[in-house]
Write a protein that binds this ligand. Structure first.
Ligand code: WT7
Length: 628
């Protein structure tokens, strides 16, 4: 982008908000039937965008490139064992068409929900695009989530089909995804079909009548699948994410507005060009893998790299080796990955030719200065801007991020809102914070096209979670932030009970309810504490039903509880610390004092007056002054 265009876009969005978005939507999307209405606020906060327009998202990602770039690589895939596969746009369109026809042959129709539980292989993207082609609503579940988590999401979504693989390669091992499906599908009565991709070749059980091999399902079907024309607001996908209370919520995204957001941010923030090789390292199980693997790069006709495995296999140089061999020019990853790789020293990146890189991106959590400097100097060799992108599952795409080459960078700041995004920092009353560097709630003051539309099956929770705090006036992100004297945003982290562990989002309540479901546990409270590698680490305070365990018994119970949480949610939710106590610090009305627990977890001294606690003595025990 040029400075002049940037200024013009900002001015246009400021003077004619709806017109700004309408023009972008006309420029960027191939419509089957153009829209005449831009924004419908009649049922706010369930906003509707471009609502009488008709389109197909997969046509916008695939078919429209056939005239210009049919033989251009769309996906350059590398498996953890080293197998490489390139799919051109023509080939990808044919694979998507075949699988879309295979879905149809199993009776899956427009509006049906399809859960995708896959390793990071091209078929994950093919399955998502195939759903979009027939208007089925996909819900991808990260392959690192447990069977219990998978089950909860299948049931909530009411999915009629699940797509999985025999297994995927991760960290030198095979993750048996099909076996995990087998454990839970009997308890998911809506599921009629389980598609199984043969990927890792591991032995699996088979349920005739329900299970169907991917390669058999696509063997005799046509590669041509007529795209289903859907309205702009037709749900494209559900993606479950953690909130501060209750079970994970199914964030529902719409078709046109979401697609538009992915295209614009690919252009504005990643400055995507015809000859780029783009690599976003996120798994398709997260929103980053939706917007910047499955949709955005394809909608822009880019070539992208997709990697199945862990960054340390066979050694911690794997990412840099991939960048070199596939000539990656734009690279997008999370601070936690940068910190983990930095730990292994400079020799790994220095041993690879990274001269093709021209732009680096960061996402998922604030990036600390040490990680930023290393990323900038050692990976980007002082040559590549770092775009620090702030956004959320709910926002669909980047909201606050620099335009490279135009908005000057400050390490640790995501800089300024993108054109058309009205972000602000407000105080507890909703009044904008004008004093520089004063913290407040990060809010977005006008609806934007790629925003979530609702929580699947729970519109009330949607309103309560995101809108109620400021009387439906602003979208409340759940993050705290401050703005400096230059108007730059600095995200300070969550203000609710949501944790970001290695960039992954987890609810403290979710982990607590799993802990108290264990037969030996009476009560539990979970808080985060800072961690050098993972950003935040999970710290659980647990009240056992019997006496506090000690010695070997204590170690065994800790191991047991960690395994329990891993089994119920997934390995990413296992607490780093588990501390046993006779009870928890509570107010006289019985509310757990999380603030105190956070201080204890950080090893800080609590000097405030705790005499109003129902049980002031418990603090000594939690701080470890009593024998454990
Ligand atoms: C939360 C959203 C964004 C897609 C992947 C994560 C934190 C995200 C940044 C950033 C500081 C960030 C926020 C946000 N976050 N990006 N650049 N700087 N914090 O999506 O799992 O929905 O998590 O991640 O706390 O609310 P998510």
């Amino acid at each position: 982008m040029t400075e002049e265009l940037y200024r013009r876009l900002l001015a246009e969005a400021e003077s004619d908000y709806e017109g700004f978005w309408a023009r972008r939507a006309r420029e960027e999307i191939d419509w089957i039937k153009p829209f005449t209405r831009t924004l419908d606020e009649s049922n706010a906060p369930h906003y509707r965008w471009f609502d009488d327009g008709v389109l197909n998202v997969s046509v916008n990602c695939l078919d429209r490139h056939i005239a210009q770039r049919a033989d251009k690589p769309a996906i350059v895939f590398e498996g953890e064992p080293g197998d490489v596969r390139v799919l051109t746009y023509r080939e990808l369109l044919a694979e998507v068409g075949r699988f879309a026809n295979a879905l149809r042959a199993q009776g899956i129709n427009t509006g049906d929900r399809v859960v995708i539980y896959m390793p990071m292989v091209p078929e994950a993207v093919i399955a998502m695009q195939a759903c979009a082609r027939i208007g089925a609503i996909h819900s991808v579940v990260f392959g690192g989530f447990s069977g219990e988590s998978l089950k909860g999401r299948i049931i909530d979504a009411g999915a009629t089909a699940v797509v999985t693989a025999d297994g995927g390669h991760r960290g030198g091992r095979i993750i048996g995804l099909k076996a995990i499906c087998d454990q839970v599908l009997d308890e998911c009565p809506t599921v009629r079909t389980l598609f199984v991709l043969k990927r890792a070749g591991n032995a699996i059980a088979w349920r005739p009548g329900r299970d169907i091999w991917w390669h058999e399902a696509v063997a005799d079907v046509s590669a041509d699948c007529a795209p289903v024309a859907v309205g702009s607001e037709h749900p494209l996908y559900l993606l479950y994410t953690s909130g501060s209370t209750g079970r994970p919520k199914g964030i529902q995204h719409a078709s046109a507005g979401y697609l538009l957001g992915t295209i614009l941010t690919m252009r504005w923030v990643f400055d995507i060009r015809e000859d780029d090789v783009f690599w976003c390292t996120a798994d398709v199980g997260w929103v980053t893998g939706h917007s910047y693997v499955a949709y955005g790069p394809l909608a822009c006709g880019a070539t992208m790299v997709m990697y199945e495995g862990a960054p340390t296999i066979p050694d911690p140089g794997r990412f840099w080796d991939l960048c070199e061999r596939h000539r990656v020019s734009v690279f997008y990853t999370a601070p936690t990955a940068i910190r983990a790789l930095k730990k292994h020293g400079d020799d790994y990146p220095r041993g690879h030719d990274l001269s093709r890189l021209r732009l680096l991106g960061s996402v998922g959590e604030p990036i600390n200065p040490e990680a930023w400097m290393w990323y900038y100097q050692v990976i980007g060799q002082g040559r590549c801007p770092i775009v620090d992108t702030w956004w959320q599952t709910e926002t669909g795409v980047h909201m606050i991020a620099p335009i490279p080459g135009i908005v000057a960078l400050k390490p640790g700041s995501c800089t300024r809102p993108l054109p058309g995004i009205v972000a602000d920092v407000v105080d507890a009353e909703g009044t904008p914070v004008t004093a520089p560097d004063e913290g407040g709630f990060l809010v977005i003051k006008r609806p934007w096209p790629s925003m979530l539309r609702t929580i699947w099956g729970d519109p009330e929770r949607y309103r309560e979670t995101y809108w109620e705090r400021f009387q439906n006036r602003y979208y409340v992100s759940g993050d705290g932030a401050r703005r400096d004297a230059d108007g730059y945003f600095w995200v300070m982290g969550r203000v609710d009970d949501v944790l970001k562990v290695s960039g992954h989002r987890l609810g403290t309540m979710e982990i607590e309810s799993v802990l108290v479901a264990h037969p030996l546990i009476a009560e539990a409270a979970v808080v985060g504490r800072p961690d050098e590698l993972t950003g935040e680490a999970i710290c659980a305070f647990v009240v056992p039903r019997g006496p506090r365990p000690s010695g070997d018994e204590r170690a065994a119970l800790i191991a047991e509880l960690r395994a329990w949480v891993g089994e119920k949610i997934g390995p990413i939710a296992k607490p780093a610390d588990i501390r046993f106590a006779d009870n928890l610090p509570k107010t006289r009305s019985g509310k757990i004092m999380r603030r105190l627990l956070r201080a204890v977890a950080r090893g800080e001294t609590v000097d405030e007056d705790v005499s109003t606690l129902e049980n002031p003595d418990i603090l000594r025990q939690l701080q470890g002054h009593d024998p454990q």
